[in-house]
Write a protein that binds this ligand. Structure first.
Ligand code: FAD
Length: 429
């Protein structure tokens, strides 16, 4: 009888597991269903470039229905799992909850921002994990330039032109570097603002940034950022953000309209509510084949799981690990269905890149360190060829090629957040 494989989460783990199954399963062997809140997969390493406008938001995602041929897609959210009965509850956009029975369940639910108990943070801060946040931040920064250029009030200007990022991991560094590069580039169109009025601050609790990349690479990135006037505060923490007044542990205090919290992630909250074993960081405990401990037919990988790694103890939360885990997971599901042994996850990282703006990056590939335009071009070539389907590759390359001779686009589409405003005004409300 055909097995029912249910994949919860349509990110790296969900998409690449489904693609692997699509390729390996024979007709009639299994029916695969993917459940994800949005009908696209976000290619998260491209989000910093969405924020700076060098990539169109739609080009940095993969449309799940278009790539998952022969796989059922359900737009909704997993809300619970009854492991005894092998039934998953899914909440669709509208209508009653669905009970989906499965023979094998894959959990690839990803991560969310990990907040600290900093007063005011939840009211003033924003994360940088989703497409919506990247698109919002771009418009938000451009709107701050408009605000500053339209007023002579020094306090208002200072507050609008102060951009603070807390967390010096690659997400924080890339997001800050891309947005600062964009803001500096478009400043020529704002004669009312002096470049020195803009203040970009990176706050990091540890004594170095980019702890997941080699020390030399991190040092190069630091030099590049510091050379651009970015104020990097190492060994420093955000202590309060009440009312937009930021207080740092080094004693400094200043107001800022922009506070981006990128000081870590944790598995989605739901993961801890499923009744499955989790470790001290809230990640699902799995064996080397990615089967959840104590279960027969539940598997997990990616940012929501602690996948054993022969080199680092537990795999780091990166896209390159999630893709390889998903491929092995797909193979393991096929093996399980065919009554064969599942294999362990094994992967050795081949390198990494950190984008720092247009023509600027640092990276390491096959043991070689790169920086500047070479690293930037290598990074782009890597992502353009990794994103699934030619359709996306061409759109991404197209955006980059068109953007090369021109500066960053200055259009602020922030009004998109209130699309009914004009209509309600017309209705006299
Ligand atoms: C800005 C940014 C830049 C990054 N840059 C890099 C990089 O340069 N290199 C690198 O290797 N890694 C990078 N990463 C990390 C990488 O993106 C993650 O490690 C990777 O996405 C993990 O894959 P995943 O499948 O576990 O989670 P995700 O890709 O996040 O997918 C999880 C999916 O589950 C869905 N989901 C959540 N809750 C539910 C639910 N209840 N029901 C159903 N679906 C649900 C989510 O909507 C999402 O689609 C970056 C991450 C970010 C945020």
């Amino acid at each position: 009888m055909s097995k029912r494989i249910l994949i919860a989460g349509g990110g790296y783990v969900g998409l690449y597991t489904a693609l692997r199954l699509q390729r390996r399963l024979q007709r009639g062997e299994a029916e695969v269903t993917v459940v994800n809140p949005e009908n696209f997969m976000v290619y998260r390493p491209l989000l910093p470039e969405v924020a700076s406008g060098t990539l169109e938001p739609r080009h940095a995602v993969v449309p799940l229905r278009a790539v998952l041929k022969g796989t059922r897609f359900v737009a909704g959210r997993l809300t619970g799992v009854d492991a005894q009965r092998s039934v998953a509850s899914v909440e669709p956009y509208a209508g009653p909850s669905l009970d989906l029975e499965y023979d094998e369940l894959v959990l690839g639910l990803g991560a969310m921002s990990k907040l600290m108990p900093v007063p005011g943070l939840a009211d003033c801060g924003i994360g940088f994990n989703s497409l919506a946040e990247a698109v919002y931040l771009r418009d938000h920064v451009l709107r701050r330039l408009e605000i500053a250029s339209a007023t002579a009030d020094p306090e208002l200007r200072r507050r609008a032109l102060t951009f603070v990022f807390v967390g010096g991991g690659y997400t924080g560094v890339e997001a800050l570097a891309e947005l600062q590069d964009m803001a500096v580039d478009v400043l020529a169109g704002y004669p009312e603002i002096e470049a020195t009025e803009m203040r970009w601050v990176l706050v990091e609790a540890m004594d170095r940034i980019l702890t997941t990349v080699g020390e030399e690479l991190a040092e190069r990135a630091m030099r590049e950022l510091a050379g651009r006037g970015i104020d990097i505060r190492l060994g420093t923490q955000l202590e309060s953000a009440e009312g937009g007044l930021l207080q740092l542990s080094d004693g400094s205090k200043f107001e800022a309209d922009t506070l981006v919290w990128v000081a870590g992630t944790r598995p989605q909250a739901l993961v801890g509510e499923l009744g499955l074993p989790v470790d001290e960081r809230g990640r699902l405990v799995v064996d080397p084949t990615m089967r959840v401990e104590g279960t027969r037919n539940i598997w997990a990988a990616g940012d929501c799981a602690a996948v054993p790694d022969q080199e680092q103890g537990v795999s780091p939360p990166t896209a390159q690990h999630a893709v390889r885990q998903a491929e092995q997971l797909g193979d393991n599901l096929v093996a399980d269905i065919r009554g064969r042994q599942a294999g362990p996850f094994r992967y050795r990282s081949r390198g990494e890149f950190v984008t720092l703006g247009k023509n600027k990056a640092v990276g390491e590939a096959f043991g070689r360190q790169l920086d500047g335009t070479l690293a930037w071009a290598a990074r782009r070539a890597y992502y353009a060829t990794q994103i699934p389907t030619w359709n996306r590759t061409i759109r991404v390359l197209g955006d980059w090629l068109v953007g090369m001779p021109y500066g960053h686009d200055v259009v602020d589409l922030g009004s998109r957040e209130e699309p009914r405003g004009a209509f309600e005004e017309a209705a006299g409300r």
